[in-house]
Design a protein around this ligand. Structure first.
Ligand code: C5P
Length: 228
């Protein structure tokens, strides 16, 4: 049984307010996506790293990816949503992976992933029948807002976790799940829609998703701190 990674990178990143899709914004001297790809390529268990680009992506070719090893494979089959991009990627890679192989889906917008976190996920999911995801228990008090941005309610944080990526599932089960349901914001959501219960594996808070402009600076600080 092999482990492969799939990185959906076909989004526009509209919330960043930039012309370039966020995965290409410069972070610590490289396009943001480079960092996640480098970590996944460096993880010894992972044999192949597939990246899903938008069909009209004009940016990838302007960067030099040779420093990443030959694990990297580009699929130009992005979809309208993240889930559709992942589903299309799973279909496009189908002749290169086994049905029971594990696919670790990781957002291009989480550049601070470490090889140690990939190891922990693979180790803790083990040969689980369903699969699992990196996640963190919610630490803040949660408020539900009304349409006027006033607090309508306090939501209990008990047993609430924040989902991160990678999320790992067997190729055929994940494809089946995403063919049945793409109205989800992560892979676990598609598995849940099949009535399955993916495992939660404790993650580090530094594996943040770059969504807003200030996240870029924070990610840069995390990466810089690691290099020293
Ligand atoms: O926008 P958001 O941060 O939720 O995107 C998460 C990941 O999904 C990013 O890596 C983004 O490029 C990818 N994505 C995609 N296809 C889309 C939308 C998002 O591959 N249509």
């Amino acid at each position: 049984m092999a482990y492969v990674a799939l990185v959906p990178a076909a989004g526009s990143g509209a919330r960043m307010g930039e012309r370039l899709p966020k995965q290409y914004l410069t972070l610590a001297g490289r396009p943001m996506i480079h960092h996640a790809l480098a970590t996944l390529c460096a993880a010894p268990q992972i044999s192949k790293v597939f990246v899903v680009l938008a069909t009209d992506d004009a940016e990838w070719q302007h960067h030099d990816w040779r420093v990443l090893d030959d694990k990297l494979a580009v699929l130009r089959c992005g979809g309208e949503t993240r889930a559709a991009s992942v589903r299309n990627g799973l279909q496009a890679m189908a002749d290169r992976v086994g049905a029971e192989d594990w696919v670790l889906v990781h957002d291009a917008a989480r550049p601070c992933l470490t090889v140690a976190q990939v190891d922990a996920l693979i180790r803790e999911v083990g040969d689980d029948a369903v699969g699992g995801i990196l996640a963190r228990p919610v630490a803040d008090t949660l408020k539900r807002a009304d349409s006027a941005s006033r607090i309508a309610a306090t939501v209990s944080r008990e047993q609430l976790w924040q989902a991160q990526t990678p999320q790992m599932f067997r190729h055929h089960r994940l494809l089946q799940a995403l063919q049945a349901c793409v109205d989800v914001t992560d892979e676990a959501g598609a598995m849940e829609a099949l009535g399955l219960q993916p495992k939660l594996v404790h993650a580090e808070g530094t594996n943040l998703k770059v969504t807003w402009p200030e996240d870029l600076r924070l990610a840069e600080l995390i990466l810089a701190n690691r290099e020293t």
